[in-house]
Design a protein around this ligand. Structure first.
Ligand SMILES: Nc1ccn([C@@H]2O[C@H](COP(=O)(O)OP(=O)(O)OP(=O)(O)O)[C@@H](O)[C@H]2O)c(=O)n1
Ligand SMILES: C[C@](O)(CO)[C@H](O)COP(=O)(O)O
Length: 233
């Protein structure tokens, strides 16, 4: 049993956790699915709360599970739990609305990236504190990438040296994230994409393989192995 963590810092972390996990298959909301015997959300919040500088955690839970998630997190960290929306973007907006006014640095972190090291959370926050308006952790793309037509014919091979796979947490000055959500007219899969539309420069820091997103059944198998490796060391 791990002790409940206190929060003392100037960084608020929003944890969208209201998705159904359709690509993972049947089994209920993804954030409540088990990894090493504990819900993904518990792994994620424990690591976020352990990161240097984090003073506030707001979780957007599946609307039917808000009370259950409050109870689940009571022994983990002092998180605020709100009802999420129909899309990730709506869930982030709901969580953002619940952040106390004194937090000027806001991170957005997928519950589905359950094993993200606290150091990655702290590094993103630090880059915002150092003056960047928007910060994302990224990894190089390891596969050859083709552009393919609807017919199945290859159009061309993309230069992957300029591509990066994007992780979370994504970090923002509060004003920038709030402006991006206020201005959004279409759906985005990440918050940095919304900020880009404002013309704000998004800065990259190195990501971590442990921050992989649990999306498909095979990702749960990989995450179990990563967790076992962490526990061994
Ligand atoms: N309406 C939604 C949809 C997604 N999320 C959250 O956004 C993160 C990233 O989304 P993804 O991994 O795509 O999760 P799901 O939407 O649950 O997956 P799927 O698309 O397979 O249903 C997850 O932590 C998920 O819980 C959310 O809070 N609210
Ligand atoms: C925010 C994100 O995790 C960055 O990789 C991702 O965009 C989440 O959305 P998706 O539904 O998996 O595309």
């Amino acid at each position: 049993m791990t002790a409940r963590l206190d929060l003392r810092g100037d960084v608020a972390v929003l944890v969208p956790a209201a998705g159904m996990g359709v690509r993972l298959g049947p089994g209920g909301p993804k954030a409540l699915r088990l990894l090493g015997g504990q819900p993904l959300l518990v792994h994620a919040v424990r690591r976020v709360a352990a990161a240097a500088g984090v003073g506030c955690v707001v979780v957007a839970a599946p609307p039917a599970e808000v009370d259950a998630v409050r109870a689940l997190l009571a022994g983990v960290a002092p998180a605020t739990v709100v009802a999420g929306g129909d899309t990730r973007q709506a869930s982030v907006a709901a969580a953002l609305a619940a952040v106390p006014a004194n937090f000027e640095i806001i991170l957005v972190h997928d519950a589905a990236r359950a094993l993200t090291p606290p150091e990655q959370v702290a590094q993103v926050a630090e880059a915002v504190r150092a003056g960047h308006d928007a910060v994302i952790p990224v990894l190089p793309v390891v596969d050859t990438i083709k552009e393919v037509a609807a017919s199945g014919a290859v159009v061309g091979t993309v230069d992957r040296s300029v591509l990066r796979a994007v992780q979370t947490p994504q970090g923002f000055r509060r004003e920038v994230l709030a402006a991006a959500h206020a201005a959004a007219v279409d759906e985005h899969t990440d918050d940095a994409g919304m900020v880009e539309k404002l013309g704000v420069t998004v800065y990259c820091v190195p990501g971590d393989e442990a921050a992989m997103k649990i999306t498909r059944p095979v990702d749960l198998v990989i995450a179990e192995a990563l967790l076992a490796r962490t526990l061994r060391t």
